[in-house]
Design a protein around this ligand. Structure first.
Ligand SMILES: [Zn+2]
Ligand SMILES: [Zn+2]
Length: 123
């Protein structure tokens, strides 16, 4: 070992690669938009569409957040086979990431697939 070399200790990075999110998207119907706009104590301005927040290629219906009204999380849940679409109070997961990770999971309670902090939502 020559001068200037230090022991061959390397840090192994154990952070898993982030998984892509589902590309499902639905625009609000006028009735849904009116219902969401009328909710008390909204957390955010209403977006023009619901984007599914689950991981790509997930089984089951899509879930796109509509609005958080006080402590109620309203999600648009939809599927094409069978064709269904409804606004549901599906809560949120709240699973905590490992220490020093990003924020708690913000997907619906009892969602399928990975937690939100394991997904790459920056696309
Ligand atoms: Zn989806
Ligand atoms: Zn979760």
């Amino acid at each position: 070992m020559g001068p200037g070399e230090v022991g061959g200790e390397q840090m192994l990075t154990s952070a898993p690669a982030l998984t892509a999110t589902c590309s499902g998207c639905q625009r609000w119907t006028p009735a849904e938009a009116a219902l969401l706009a009328a909710l008390p104590d909204p957390a955010e301005p209403l977006e023009d569409a619901a984007w599914c927040e689950l991981e790509a290629d997930h089984p089951g219906p899509h879930y796109g957040l509509g609005q958080i009204s006080a402590t109620t999380w309203w999600w648009l849940r939809w599927s094409s086979d069978p064709p269904r679409r409804e606004l549901v109070d599906a809560g949120f997961c709240g699973q905590r990431p490992p220490p020093h990770g990003p924020g708690d999971c913000t997907l619906p309670a009892a969602h399928v697939g990975r937690h939100s902090y394991e997904l790459d939502s920056t696309e």
